[in-house]
Design a protein. Sequence first.
Length: 437
Amino acid sequence: MGGEAVSPLRLSETENHIVWRYDFDLPENADAFYLFGNERYAVAADMKADVRIAYVSCNGHEREEDSFDPDVRNRMWSRLADEHDTAPFNLLLHGGDQLYADGVVRAHPTLACWADADSGQKAGFAFTDAERAAAENYLMHRYLVLYSQPQTARLLATVPSIMMWDDHDIFDGWGSLNAETLDSPVGRGLFEAAKRMFKLFQMGATDDHPGFDVTPEAGESMSVQIGFPDFDITAPDLRSERRPDRVMGQGGWTALTRMMRAPDAPRRRFVMSSVPLLGPRLSWLEALIGMAPNLRKYEDDLRDQWQSRAHRAEWQRCLRLLEETAERDNSALTVLSGEIHLATRAEMPMASGRLNQLVASGIAHPPPPQTYARSLGWLANLGESPLAGKPITLKPLPGQQRIYVAERNYLVLERRGPVWTAAWELEDSGRTPSLDI
């Protein structure tokens, strides 16, 4: 804003790269800006009146490296950036799988051997300094490639971001895989490498220089909550403490409970759940997989979901916490989710109104086949009531006929006066009508 220059903080240094962080404040002005070199970056920093928020998830593909056509891959990013140029966004929320880092298990020959080994053999592999360096170099390279894409770079430079990771930011299935994989030296080593890079590139932080206020009792959890005029964003970490039989550990639950019971209650709460909190009944699918060995490769995908039989008690606990929060604070509560590579929405009645869930996925990941979306829609019609007398209802997007839309997409949230609305931008179908939330 034409003031004094900001001195950077050196966060990290490797053989090839130095990571710097610049800490500065901007006034709550619609025409705020900062200068970096000779470039001027405008930031829509006025959040006291009307507000526009974009939500994205699943920025990549399981087999993605550098051999993609950026114009095709980033088509929805381009559309989002063009929209920002016309009507600026105040916030950009990244709901998980910002990075598809599955190839990290091939970043070193020994890591590849570990990945190919049977579960019972994984504990026998050491995690050496060479493997750690290879993993971190791979992850840093992936972040630099993705963040330097022009379609995303201009958004990341002008719209403040709040990010929370999911499994692909580590590698596919992390936390829902078997204990032999998770607890092996290589498994833990890869997790720690991914966590360090997540902190650097998605939080602008290190252990010595945290970027957000984290509950002291949070342990492994990196859950965050950030308040704005009359609304806040709560992003629980559903991955760091995950195990096949749990979604969050004690630290995660301590952090989420503290954030939901914050004394200064806003009129609107947005909770980012990287996997959908409201979804169809999956117990039949889990039972089928249990009886069919050739389907076991999908077991960790089902264990990722709140609706898994292994997580039902935690699922109920989370829903009760949100219901109690909304009733106590008399606040409206909306869950934002991604992960499933489809767009949909859901509702659940609460004592003080209803819980809305909006799902947008993915911004870059190709959509699954239409038959998959229709099959999930059939499951959704079976109904699910994790809390007695409060059935979950999955519903089509405004203007759509089916419950799940198999198109790449992003979500736009708008506040005009006291009214909040949501609309989805779909790759082929275009903009949906606005939905009051």
